[in-house]
Design a protein around this ligand. Sequence first.
Ligand code: LAG
Ligand code: CA
Length: 467
Amino acid sequence: TPAAAPAGAEGPIVHLFQWRWESVARECEDFLGPAGYAAVQVSPPQEHVVLSGEGYPWWQDYQPVSYRLDQTRRGTAGDFADMVDRCRGAGVKVYVDAVINHMTGTGSVGSGPGSAGTEYEKYAYPDLFGDGAHGYSRQDFNVGECDRDIEDWSDPWEVRTCELVGLSDLATGDDYVRDRLADYLNSLVGMGVAGFRIDAAKHMPPEDVEAVVDRLEGTVPGWDRPPYVYQEVIADGAIGGGEYTHIGDVKEFGYQGRISELFAAGDLQAAKGLGEGLLPSEDAVSFVVNHDTQRTHPVLTHRTDRDRYDLAQAFMLAQGYGTPKVMSSYDWSGGTDEGPPSSADGTTEPADCDGGRWVCEHRALNGMPGFTGEVEGAGVTWLDDGSAAGRAALERDGSGAAAFNASAEPWTTVLSTSLPDGDYCDVASGLVEDGTCTSQTLRVSSGELTVTVPPEGAVAVHTGAVL
Ligand code: LAG
Ligand code: CA
């Protein structure tokens, strides 16, 4: 039975991977709101394992110990609540990375206190909310049905019932587990959290994810709409993303793989077809990299080719396929497990975009998210003549125009556009602040716009940033 219609896309998302709560709050006010981001995806907020012996790897967060927010590497529950309020004040929704398929794995430590001090061992989490009322014990896991890792990835039952890299797999088919997961997510909704990335959705049957989503509160305080849900489904021959689109949106890894390859190769003409053969745009979340692919399939990342990667993210924000999600990272020259800049006890340092290991890719995209929001729903017309593989220009009918140049030479061209005559701010390299444009102003006159697109760069104008 189909669930209620999923909440529609709400504009561009930025993933501030591993940022402290107070750093996210500041960024919402200083940059994300003014740049036009609709939402920020934050790292998992629940109590997690602490792996001091392994140098506090980033993936601690994906091993929940309880659903308490009291103390994580990113701050306290108070810091978290303050972030949600301040981001909302800046017009930016907070989406939480919801780890609901599993709890901890055996790996390096099989037991211990978690980041907030809760004692646990694999298959035993006695106090999920810090009030002693609810826990998980062995019967709340699938270990009775499958007591080993997933081996046969062509068998959906196994992918959903056995253990993902040794992580204790929750019995999401049981009402007790569904109720606890909903308690956790609804406690966040009550604070104003406006959406969820469902981690490892493919590892749960769609009906289990749906049962949890059906239990969510219908309205987010301060936003007057239901929580937005998007699901991590790395589709393959055995499990398709379309099995989950009636529940919420789905991350489209087909788009991710293709845009990375095409931009790494500089084939912008082929990029015009991005989205064909994939999930319907209205069901998809599009992205160039996520925190996993940038480590495991680094085709195009901030480390392989920074300018081209920035160009790919800018193109995604203009093109109109899916709900775009921008990645913002830290550098990990110490290895793929390396956590964010931290103090000796594993507490994350405030994010600093002006130096150090925080890369802050989103800052380089300037006002492009505002373009995405302004042109939402407008058709795409390609404006270039198709003669150069590395160059492409588009119009989002009546509301925006953009040109992209994946070559070492500047590209000067005249775009014939249906945009109203006037002076526009180039939001690919700046934004409108206090009525003035922080980058170049471009004039549309008699339906013509002359642009010089920098090497490995973009130019973009839209009707929401006129002077
Ligand atoms: C995801 N999406 O579906 C996340 O995007 C991905 O980052 C998560 O894996 C995964 N699902 C589980 O939530 C990450 C790391 C893994 C790590 C896991 C749990 O990529 O490497 O596994 O989080 O922390 C680690 C060790 C494993 C070990 C396991 C259990 O790397 O060797 O078996 O912990 O102890
Ligand atoms: Ca599962």
